[in-house]
Design a protein around this ligand. Structure first.
Ligand SMILES: [Zn+2]
Length: 84
């Protein structure tokens, strides 16, 4: 029974998530993403401010900006560094 409840809850939440994505898709594509990209580019030009890091569990560490939350760099398990 609890498994059935869990599946129904998952389906309800998934339907809500998909509805929200459908409703926001046009706004995100036309307004939100371009605004975020412009903000991150402006912050990058000013030098970003290194902030939080997180490990994806596969050996990659990501460094994000504390101001704009943009990705500053990522560091791989073999010592490689990628800067977007
Ligand atoms: Zn930044």
């Amino acid at each position: 029974m609890s498994r059935e409840i869990w599946r129904k809850r998952r389906d309800i939440d998934q339907a809500r998530r998909e509805k929200m994505q459908d409703v926001m898709r046009e706004y995100d594509n036309d307004v939100y993403r371009p605004a975020i990209e412009a903000l991150v580019a402006t912050c990058k030009a000013a030098g970003h401010s290194a902030g939080s890091t997180h490990d994806n569990g596969l050996g990659w560490v990501f460094v994000h900006c504390s101001a704009c939350h943009g990705l500053i760099s990522k560091h791989g398990p073999d010592g490689q560094t990628v800067t977007p």
